[in-house]
Design a protein around this ligand. Structure first.
Ligand code: GDP
Length: 196
């Protein structure tokens, strides 16, 4: 049965490991730098305008938001990183939460959203490495591809592949949350993560 991505509900936010969901369903962990368009990508996937909050306040940087997809898998929306104006206390909270989640063994698939226009940041590279360390497969989504000329897409994807040292077998796909470019391919890849 194909996944019905429209069938989605918010389950809860986790601010500490005690709130992590542990019912055995696969968890797709979505990570990305603040403002990369992670919320917009999630909204596009589930066909809602304001499901994951776009431009969410930077104060909400230390919680994982869990959504249940078609009763089959969790989409775990990880707090964004790299936002300059976050306090040290908040950044530390973020670090502790991420460390616990990445060590929990709960991640089935990583989905890392990067900006298609730029070379991934040092934080993006760190995040990819954290996913590699879990041993789970990683899917990299190069978002905002609508801002590129056609001729720039392939070279930029290549630079992303190289900078993140994307492994053989891990997918990298161009996407536009704004325009919907690449949606079919992304849904196909996500279905693959859930064993469809
Ligand atoms: P988040 O902080 O990663 O959750 O990012 P948001 O989803 O809040 O998006 C940050 C900004 O980027 C917003 O102004 C979005 O409208 C814009 N944005 C997100 N995705 C795209 C895209 O694919 N193309 C363009 N041009 N803008 C985008």
């Amino acid at each position: 049965m194909p996944i019905n991505f429209n069938r989605v509900k918010f389950i809860r936010s986790a601010a500490s490991p005690g709130d992590f969901l542990r019912d055995g369903r696969p968890q797709l962990a979505f990570a990305g730098r603040s403002n990369v368009g992670k919320s917009s990508v999630i909204n596009r996937i589930v066909n809602r305008k304001n499901f994951a909050r776009v431009g969410a306040s930077p104060g909400k940087t230390s919680q994982i938001n869990y959504f249940l997809l078609d009763e089959r898998a969790y989409l775990a929306d990880l707090p964004g990183y790299g936002y300059a104006k976050v306090s040290k206390a908040e950044r530390d909270r973020w670090g502790r939460l991420m460390e616990a989640y990445f060590a929990s063994g709960l991640i089935s698939w990583g989905v890392l959203i990067v900006d298609a226009r730029h070379k991934p940041t040092a934080d993006d590279v760190t995040m990819a490495d954290w996913f590699y360390d879990t041993g789970c497969p990683l899917l990299v989504v190069a978002n905002k591809v609508d801002k590129l000329k056609k001729s720039q897409i392939e070279p930029n994807l290549e630079a992303i592949r190289e900078t993140l040292s994307i492994r053989e077998g891990d997918a990298l796909t161009a996407f536009s949350a704004e325009k919907g470019d690449g949606k079919e391919r992304l849904l196909e890849l996500l279905e693959g993560t859930m064993g469809v």
